[in-house]
Design a protein around this ligand. Sequence first.
Ligand SMILES: Nc1ncnc2c1ncn2[C@@H]1O[C@H](COP(=O)(O)OP(=O)(O)OP(=O)(O)O)[C@@H](O)[C@H]1O
Ligand SMILES: O=C(O)C1=C[C@@H](O)[C@@H](O)[C@H](O)C1
Ligand SMILES: [Mg+2]
Length: 163
Amino acid sequence: MGCGKSTIAKTLAKINGQPFVDLDTYIEKKAGLTINAIFEQHGEIKFRKMEHEAFVELLDAPGQMIIGLGGGTPCYANNHELLNRDDVVSIYLKASIETLFNRLVVNKSKRPLIANKNEEEMKEFIAVHLFERSYYYNQAQHKVTVDDKTVDQTVLDIVAILA
Ligand SMILES: Nc1ncnc2c1ncn2[C@@H]1O[C@H](COP(=O)(O)OP(=O)(O)OP(=O)(O)O)[C@@H](O)[C@H]1O
Ligand SMILES: O=C(O)C1=C[C@@H](O)[C@@H](O)[C@H](O)C1
Ligand SMILES: [Mg+2]
C-alpha cells in the first residue's frame, strides 16, 4: 500500500499505449461502493472475495492490459499463483518502510486499514504487513525498487524489463 502501483501503472500505460485498469477502482465501479464503504458495510473477507473475482475477470478479458493491483491482492486466494501464469508479467514495486510511511501519512483517508491510525500505529502496521506479506510479494516475476526514484525513473525501469 502506497508504493505507487496506481500512479506507476497509469503512467506506464500511457507510454506503451496499453489500456490501464486499477483493480481497486474496478472493484469500486463494479460494486457501486468505495473501498471504504465495502470494508464498512461488508467487511474485509467479503472485500477479498470481490477482489479475487475482479482480478480473475480482468485476467480472463481479451487483449493486453496493465493492471495496478491493490496492496493486499497477491496475499489472498490463489492470486499469487495467477500472477505467475505464463500470460502474465508481474512486477513488485519494492519500497522501504520509510518511503511507504511518507507517502501514506499524507493520504490515508481512502485506505480503510490505516485510516484511523496515528503515526506510530501506521509505522507498526507498515512494518508488520511488509514482513507478513513479503512471502507473496517476493513471488512476483520482477522486482523494482522505488525508493528515491521519480515516477518517470520507475516507469523507465519497468519499460526496460518489458523490452
Ligand atoms: N516516485 C513516486 N512514485 C510513485 N508514487 C509516488 C512517488 N512519489 C510520490 N508518490 C505518491 O505516493 C502516493 C501513493 O501512490 P499510489 O496511490 O499510486 O500507491 P498504491 O501502491 O496504488 O497504493 P494502494 O495499494 O493503497 O492502492 C500517491 O499520492 C503518489 O502521488
Ligand atoms: O494493502 C491492502 O490490504 C489494501 C490496499 C488497497 O489497495 C486496497 O485494496 C485496500 O485498501 C486494501
Ligand atoms: Mg492503488
